[in-house]
Design a protein around this ligand. Structure first.
Ligand code: ZN
Length: 359
């Protein structure tokens, strides 16, 4: 049923997109199209969750909206057709609640201890990672299938809560991006180490070598591909866990966290010669986690301008000098000798504090 719904969503998306394009060719305007229109020609669309199809319509509208509006930052260009092989396998359905206007006796999506109830699908055995608290209202559920062949469902809840603002600025931390180890903080701690996924990477390389000896398209090839995808997924999970642990720890123990806004420096890795380390250390995601976790706790997350010369200033006397990329130690005429990244992290902390106090 899940696979069928993924397929139907893709079908409806492509039908609507092609109809929009056709209408533009004949009338000069993109017609408004709805999924209901296709149910006659493709009766199997009636068999899947209609709200999933309705959400496809909204997604397509969004895609058109962001394509033609100039104000939006995210412009991905004209909507493209979804391919059966490459498109992400997922659908989103909304939870409906009993009202006087409908005949529902209970919400259409419900969570149990070891299962979830979804519209048109029914009870599905599931591992529930986290229980919703009292007063949380289930809004929607997104079902997806990953490369590892497993199904996932993520539930969106709405709840009201008060965030009490923490005005203390006692504990301030500065973070400097580090290509080999996520970050260096102003207390001298280095973020992550890649130690514990190195083992997985060895496994991955081995599995990928094995794939080469299988016939493309054969059953054994497919099985080996699945094994590789599972290891990939495992690595992704390990990395995410690490980012969550670090960001939660920081958000719990500091009042204000100052970071450098993400710029070119952290994107490309010129001069370091280890592009791979940057690509997979997930600093951007780490900052997003840190931002929402601090906001949740009523604490401050401060972005320092990406042009702020954090590496060039002396964190002790404030004098400025250029540092070559391979110089790991900052030596100042005032007598300060300090690790380059630590110096930058302290500068970011001081600058963040200045921004906070001048605001
Ligand atoms: Zn100095």
């Amino acid at each position: 049923m899940f696979l069928k719904t993924f397929g139907c969503c893709r079908k409806v998306y492509n039908l609507m997109l092609s109809d929009k394009i056709e209408s533009y060719k004949s009338t000069g305007k993109f017609a408004v199209v709805t999924p209901a229109k296709y149910k006659k020609d493709y009766p199997y669309l009636k068999e899947v969750d209609s709200l999933a199809l309705a959400n496809v319509q909204l997604n397509l509208q969004d895609a058109f909206g962001s394509c033609f509006s100039k104000s939006r930052k995210t412009n991905n260009g004209f909507p493209k057709f979804k391919s059966a092989k490459r498109s992400r396998k997922s659908y989103t359905t909304n939870c409906q609640y009993p009202k006087t206007s409908n005949k529902l006796k209970q919400p259409t999506i419900r969570l149990d201890d070891k299962s979830i109830i979804l519209p048109k699908v029914g009870v599905v055995k599931a591992v529930i990672h986290r229980k919703p608290l009292d007063g949380w209202m289930l809004k929607s559920a997104t079902v997806s299938m990953d490369g590892d062949g497993k199904f996932y469902v993520s539930c969106l809840f709405e709840y009201e809560g008060l965030i009490t603002l923490n005005s203390s600025t006692d504990k301030v931390l500065g973070l400097d991006y580090k290509s080999d180890g996520l970050y260096m903080d102003s207390d001298g701690n280095v973020g992550s180490n890649h130690k514990y996924y190195r083992e997985s990477h060895v496994k991955l390389a081995k599995a990928q070598r094995k794939l080469k000896h299988k016939t493309i398209g054969s059953n054994n090839y497919r099985k080996q591909q699945l094994r590789i995808n599972r290891i990939h997924k495992h690595i992704v999970n390990q990395r995410l866990e690490n980012l969550h642990i670090l960001s939660t720890k920081i958000a719990n123990s500091y009042d204000v966290v100052c970071v450098e806004s993400l710029g070119i420096r952290s994107m490309s890795n010129k001069g370091f010669g280890n592009g791979k380390a940057t690509m997979d250390n997930g600093y951007g995601m780490f900052l997003k986690m840190l931002e929402y976790k601090l906001t949740d706790r009523g604490k401050r997350y401060i972005k320092v301008d990406k042009w702020f010369p954090s590496t060039q200033l002396c964190s002790c006397c404030g004098s400025r000098k250029k540092l070559a990329l391979n110089e790991r130690i900052y030596k100042c005429s005032c007598g300060l000798t300090i690790n380059r990244d630590l110096n930058a992290a302290i500068n970011i902390r001081n600058e963040g504090l200045r921004i906070l106090q001048s605001a």
